[in-house]
Design a protein around this ligand. Sequence first.
Ligand code: ZN
Ligand code: FE
Length: 253
Amino acid sequence: MQIEPIRAFEDNYIWAIRQGGHVALVDPGEAAPVLKFLEATGDQLCAILVTHRHGDHIGGIAELVARHPVPVFGPALEAAEVVTHPLADEDHVALPELGVDLTVIGVPGHTLGHIAFYSAGLLFCGDTLFGAGCGRVFEGTLEQMHASLAKLAALPLDTQVYCAHEYTQSCLRFAQVVEPDNAAIATRSSDVARLRSAGKPSVPSTLAEELATNPFLRWDAPAVIAAATARLGHVPANRAATFAAIRLWRDTL
Ligand code: ZN
Ligand code: FE
């Protein structure tokens, strides 16, 4: 199995999961780059996976299924206009053409219905977790977003994190403000700068890298707790409160 990014809009990645001439897509916000990809590879589309209802994740689906009628697996709580197979937390999606079975993880916060797809070693997390960052909390509560990220943080360390946007560089700039002395953040910043200036994606990362550099997963790190304490004027009551202070700080920048 091969996983390749298809670029869309300014900074979206549509993930193409390929195996033996078949392909499934995650979050095709735009049809044109996908149609080009299908033409170039000769792959046959077998399924579409949707993490949440935002237009930059579902905008291409109507046109794609009009040409290639395939099942659209997505959240039970949203995107009903395109989803044919609604899914909730702990459901499974079997994609026999690709030989893969994905588990659904409910990750409310960015939107209330947001789901992620996980299979051993792979995570497609939409706009919940980014390289060194996390999605804005538009619909859920900060506590919900923290609980969702805690579920992802508990996955195996070698999990490859396939997020939906190329935001890593700006997220790392914020991470350095939160934790100026974190050497892993400094190293990742130069690695990512090198990749981006070569025109390469900074993702996927591994969960281990995220745990070392992503301030939105580092609610147990003394430096992050200290930064949250400085923002709040008091020690955060718990992990969710540390996360909330960092997320609200990010929203002001
Ligand atoms: Zn979104
Ligand atoms: Fe998005």
